[in-house]
Design a protein around this ligand. Structure first.
Ligand SMILES: CC(C)(COP(=O)(O)OP(=O)(O)OC[C@H]1O[C@@H](n2cnc3c(N)ncnc32)[C@H](O)[C@@H]1OP(=O)(O)O)[C@@H](O)C(=O)NCCC(=O)NCCS
Length: 395
């Protein structure tokens, strides 16, 4: 068995067929295969590794060179996707070998964090990933926002198709990536797909000439739904501007369904607004995302609280080691081992859980992620306060 990085053109023969079998309805008509060529530009610089035997590709894994905000710092991030194995070659360790190579290569190429959408969280937990919150969806009726229909709000709305609205939308998401914990964005060549597909409407709310909120959406039909991918807002005014826009669809759609961050509270957006907010997770195709740290020193500079602890990371090919983590200056400093400092022993998933802010130190022993004595737990709780990452990108 040989592991090899494939070229863009080779995706057609060495990766897409395995991925189509794993993730699509099949068998598809043969002419469908040629259409896949249209996707090549959107995967241009992805790192795709395959395991080959006698010239046949048995397994494929890919990493998209993305960027993600982790506690205030925008890092290169390896977005893992397209993990698929030939049906006759499963459970032979191919993905373990490929994924370990892939993450090592991405780490060496300067990506200190990685994220993915798992088919089964327990599979990727063994590779050091920990669960992040899933995007919620809120459903409400435009009729409940009647008070906004004629409200005079100081701002402006621009409405266009994603083919032409792409640049402003993309620029706004890049701004959010610089500001919001957990927010991840594609490289340009992949993000371009929103423009190329031209399959969304984009509405942006501008305040003082600057984009302050945006929504990419589609209409499912007359009297049906207005479906927003992600309701991206920065201020109460910018949110009110978008809600007003939806309110003006009162005679057109019955419901608005919008993706929102897990810490949004839509029941507080307006008086008498009826809302259903939900998030369902299901194996294999509706799971919450996961993330992990691939390099600890690169996290220096993160916005943290004033704790100080030594963490020994064990059982991991990428970040095993002993680190002094010091947040007393407000920004994370990473040093080597130091005696006399409260100390915890964690696996990569447990350490990643603290960095991303998704678990309390007391959760970690209960989840089998390590040992956290009370003094270390108190320091780590202050150092890495709970936070709600919003991954945004879907891959
Ligand atoms: C799921 C899949 C990717 C696993 O690949 P694979 O090459 O069979 O996996 P490996 O043999 O490398 O297994 C790696 C480890 O995970 C374990 N594992 C394998 N499949 C698992 C599963 N479904 N759930 C939990 N653990 C699993 C193995 O026991 C092994 O553990 P070990 O290394 O500690 O011994 C493959 O079976 C597949 O292509 N399935 C269909 C498509 C799919 O679901 N893709 C995932 C998209 S995110």
């Amino acid at each position: 068995m040989e592991i090899r990085r494939i070229s863009s053109e080779e995706r057609l023969t060495h990766a897409f067929p395995l991925q189509a079998y794993a993730f699509e309805a099949s068998p598809a008509p043969l002419e469908e295969a040629e259409k896949l060529r249209e996707y090549l530009p959107f995967q241009e610089d992805n790192l795709t590794l395959v395991a080959e035997e006698g010239g046949t590709s048995l397994a494929a894994v890919s990493a998209v060179p993305m960027r993600q905000n982790v506690r205030g710092v925008l890092h290169p991030m390896a977005g893992v996707a397209g993990v698929a194995v030939h049906p006759l070659a499963r459970r032979r360790g191919h993905v373990r070998t490929l994924l370990t190579r892939l993450l090592g290569d991405m780490r060496d190429d300067g990506h200190p964090v990685s994220a993915l959408y798992p088919f089964r969280a327990s599979f990727y937990e063994r590779f050091g990933y920990v669960g992040l919150p899933k995007r919620r969806h809120v459903t409400f009726a435009p009729a409940d926002l009647g008070h906004l229909v004629r409200a005079d709000l100081p701002g402006e709305l621009i409405w266009e198709r994603s083919g032409s609205g792409y640049d402003a939308y993309r620029a706004f998401t890049l701004r959010l990536a610089a500001e919001r914990h957990g927010f991840a964005v594609f490289p340009d060549y992949r993000a371009e797909r929103l423009r190329a597909d031209d399959a969304r409407w984009i509405v942006t709310a501008r305040v003082g000439g600057e984009v302050a909120a945006a929504a990419a959406y589609r209409l499912s039909g007359y009297g049906a739904e207005l479906v927003v991918d992600d309701l991206l807002t920065t201020t109460p005014l910018s949110r009110a501007l978008l809600l007003q826009f939806f309110a003006r669809h009162v005679d057109q759609v019955e419901r608005v369904v919008a993706g929102i961050a897990a810490d949004e509270l839509p029941e507080l957006w307006a008086t008498d607004l009826g809302t259903v907010t939900e998030s369902r997770t299901r194996v294999p195709n509706a799971n919450a995302p996961m993330a992990r740290v691939l390099a600890v020193p690169a996290l220096a500079g993160a916005r943290v609280g004033p704790g100080r602890a030594v963490v020994e990371v064990v059982d991991d090919p990428f970040i095993a080691g002993t680190y002094l983590l010091d947040g007393r200056g407000g920004q994370l400093e990473v040093g080597g081992d130091e005696p006399g400092v409260p100390r915890a022993t964690l696996n990569a998933a447990g350490f990643s859980a603290l960095v991303y802010g998704v678990l309390d130190p007391d959760d970690l022993p209960l989840r089998g992620f390590g040992a956290v004595p009370a003094d270390a737990g108190a320091q780590l709780r202050t150092l890495f306060p709970r936070a709600v990452p919003y991954l945004f990108a879907d891959f």
